[in-house]
Design a protein around this ligand. Structure first.
Ligand SMILES: [Zn+2]
Length: 280
């Protein structure tokens, strides 16, 4: 069973606005933004058994994929698709929306991204959302790492801030997206200290040296078993991600360099992430 914990839907320009798109093109000139649901169904599920589909409520960044849109999509293929909603923590009705998306829409987790939402992960609005997620037993997938988007500050994007969040909300299951890139050392320390904190390996295949270092560090700190498989579709496919992970094992970087046991990667690919997050 292969579970992709991190896939996006959203069309351009309805969900991914021109402001976000312009900044994306500066960083990735070749980028094609937005996919139809039909493309997601065909491409994101190619080679995986189940995929988490993410809403995203980040008006500060010009990236808003509504909870209802995701819920309607995943309802058409409940065997394979799991929907995660999203709320902008600065919304006055953030907690009401979390309850609605969980209880009425059937969404099973929540995606947040403080740097895209321009919120402080240690602030009161964010804490209110985390307390509700903990109460509703919804896991949090959080983009806590860098981005090309200039919506928020890098100072609020550092994975180490999640240590405080995990201390305040010890029952909240947290997945740090992209291993907190490029601050994988911070992400690994937070994962190591908290039983309910994980990290996903999505999107790291485009930076092979960083992926290699991150996996070596995860093994050396004994947290490789808490790395979850994800792609960040449409930016990467499952095939690209699996090939990329396998390409940094063995003596990929030459004799004398630390060697990643290929079994570490095979275990990541088949990690039972939904069970670990309590949404199986
Ligand atoms: Zn993503």
């Amino acid at each position: 069973m292969i579970v992709d914990i991190h896939t996006h839907v959203g069309e351009h320009p309805e969900h991914i606005g021109e402001g976000f798109a312009a900044q994306a093109r500066e960083a990735w000139p070749e980028i094609r933004l937005g996919r139809t649901l039909e493309e997601h169904r065909r491409e994101a599920l190619d080679g995986v058994d189940r995929a988490v589909v993410l809403a995203f409520d980040a008006p500060a960044a010009g990236f808003v994929v509504p909870n209802d849109y995701v819920a309607a999509y995943v309802a058409g293929d409940p065997e394979r698709l799991i929907g995660f909603g999203s709320v902008d923590p600065s919304r006055a009705d953030a907690v009401d929306e979390l309850e609605r998306m969980s209880q009425d829409l059937g969404l099973r987790g929540c995606k947040l991204g403080p740097i895209y939402q321009d919120v402080d992960p240690l602030g009161a609005e964010f804490a209110r959302v985390c307390a509700a997620l903990e109460r509703l037993e919804l896991p949090l997938l959080i983009h806590q790492g860098t981005t090309f988007s200039r919506a928020g500050s890098l100072l609020r994007a550092q994975p180490i801030l999640l240590d405080e969040v995990a201390l305040r909300h010890p029952r909240l299951r947290i997945v740090i997206a992209h291993m907190g890139h490029p601050w994988f050392e911070e992400a690994i320390q937070v994962v190591r200290r908290h039983p309910h904190v994980y990290a996903d390996v999505s999107a790291l295949v485009s930076r092979r040296w960083l992926l290699y270092q991150a996996l070596v560090a995860a093994v050396e700190y004994g947290v490789a078993h808490k790395l979850l498989f994800g792609t960040d579709y449409p930016f990467f496919t499952a095939r690209q991600t699996i090939d990329g992970l396998r390409s940094v094992t063995g003596e990929a970087f030459g004799a004398g360099m630390p060697v990643i046991d290929p079994q570490i990667v095979e275990d990541i690919v088949v990690r039972p992430s939904l069970e670990l997050l309590g949404v199986a």
